[in-house]
Design a protein around this ligand. Structure first.
Ligand code: ADP
Ligand code: MG
Length: 404
């Protein structure tokens, strides 16, 4: 895999157009960016290329438009924020590979930065049809002389701007992707023990898949968030109206047996904050894990569980955390997530390797007032890091090896 450093040192980037795939998929409230973490993380690679004299053409996606332009998914607000962070003007193209994009790239001087409009406004970007994807990749490739893959949040996707374009241009891996992979490697190859994994969040079925492989590497698995109710059900508890993946209950029973056999400690909450509605104003109370009333839903781990989880993290040398412990966006259900974040900060201070993965998890720690540097690493890619830990091949990385 060619590193970006080689690209920068190998020759003169002056006059060269470099297409950079970044992950700028930030949460928006209208046109206000509510967490700019992914933009910040993308800045070093863009700056490095710009300072080396390249004409930097950045491409990225935002949200899930259906292959056609939609105002609310425009990257325009991102261009403005990227410009502020870079300390230089970012030219925004109002299409991805059309007249505006071509004009912006043609007009670019050495060191200039252009941001193309949302890749996913084009059906070719995410198409399952190889010919359609290749066609779009060719249009992207025609805008540049070299390609840098720096969108870690999408490296597990076989998409035009991630996979196909890397086969059409001289390609290199960006510093962000490199750093992310380096940290994940430390989690999978001989991690320092005890190694604790905390799982939570709402994408339950996605995340259950990772447990299988984690049971072979981790010493302790702490489960909270929306996932936990499938575990409760597997233990025969009633879960009321809580998030539940009924069809995964059997799989979870299997994981619990497997954990016992492998000597992996599974830590489940002992109490739950149960509310009448998914709302900050709803009536809510702390109930024992096995006694969630039929008309209530669990929206956070309870205070005793928060203490228990903190204890189970206190001596860890390695921690991977993916998924909030509760519906942290609403104040009454944020305490469990805050407690886990605090426990991670404390072990980081004692020298542990702490990694936070997942878009909402990263947003949660920032919203709760923690700083990025209180953890060893905050990953920009939840899905990508989970797939890496599952041992899956990530197309966006594999293609860079292929074109060595
Ligand atoms: P990440 O982006 O970190 O991978 P997910 O997308 O899986 O995390 O889940 C984040 C969401 O999970 C948050 O919006 C949070 O409100 C929600 N969540 C956490 N716990 C619960 C729960 N008990 N019930 C419903 N939603 C929950
Ligand atoms: Mg999420």
């Amino acid at each position: 895999m060619r590193a970006i450093a080689d690209l920068v040192s190998s020759g003169d980037l002056h006059g060269k157009r470099v297409l950079v795939r970044s992950d700028l998929n930030v949460p928006l409230d209208g046109s206000t960016i509510t967490d700019d973490g992914r933009i910040r993380a993308s800045v070093p690679t863009i700056r490095q290329l710009s300072e080396a004299g390249a004409r930097v053409v950045v491409c990225a996606h935002l949200g899930r438009p259906k292959g056609a332009p939609e105002d609310r998914y425009s990257l325009r607000p991102v261009a403005a924020r990227l410009g502020e962070l870079l300390g230089r003007h970012v030219v925004f193209a109002t299409d991805t590979v059309g007249d505006s994009a071509r004009a912006a790239v043609e007009g670019a001087q050495d060191g200039d930065v252009v941001l193309l409009e949302n890749l996913r406004f084009n059906p070719g970007e995410t198409s399952k049809d190889v010919a359609e994807r290749t066609e779009f990749a060719k249009q992207l490739a025609s805008l540049a002389d070299a390609y840098v893959s720096d969108g870690f949040g999408v490296v597990h996707r076989k998409q035009a701007s991630v996979y196909d374009v890397a086969r059409l241009l001289p390609a290199a891996v960006g510093g962000l992707v490199q750093a992310e992979v380096e940290v994940l490697r430390r989690l999978t190859e001989d991690p320092q023990r005890p190694y604790a994994v905390v799982l939570g969040g709402a994408k339950v079925s996605d995340k259950l898949a990772v447990i299988d492989s984690l049971l072979n590497t981790a010493d302790r698995l702490l489960v909270g968030g929306g996932m936990v109710f499938t575990f409760f059900k597997a233990q025969g508890y009633e879960v009321g109206r809580s998030l539940l993946e009924e069809d995964q209950v059997e799989a979870v029973k299997g994981y619990l047996d497997q954990a016992k056999e492998l000597g992996v400690e599974i830590v489940l909450p002992v109490d739950i904050v149960a509310a009448t509605e998914f709302s900050a104003e709803a009536d809510h109370e702390v109930v024992p894990a096995g006694a969630i009333p039929a008309d209530r839903m669990g929206l956070d781990i309870g205070p005793e569980s928060a203490v228990l989880f903190a204890e189970k993290l206190a001596d860890a040398k390695t921690v991977f955390w993916n998924g909030p412990m509760g519906a942290f966006e609403m104040d009454p259900y944020a305490a469990g997530t805050a407690a886990v974040a605090k426990a991670l900060v404390e072990v980081t201070g004692k020298g542990a390797l702490t990694v936070v993965g997942g878009g909402d998890s990263a947003a949660a720690v920032r919203q709760l007032g923690f700083e990025d540097d209180q953890f060893v690493h905050i990953s920009t890619g939840g899905g990508a890091s989970l797939e890496y830990l599952e041992g899956k091949q990530l197309p966006g990385l594999a293609v860079l090896d292929e074109t060595d």
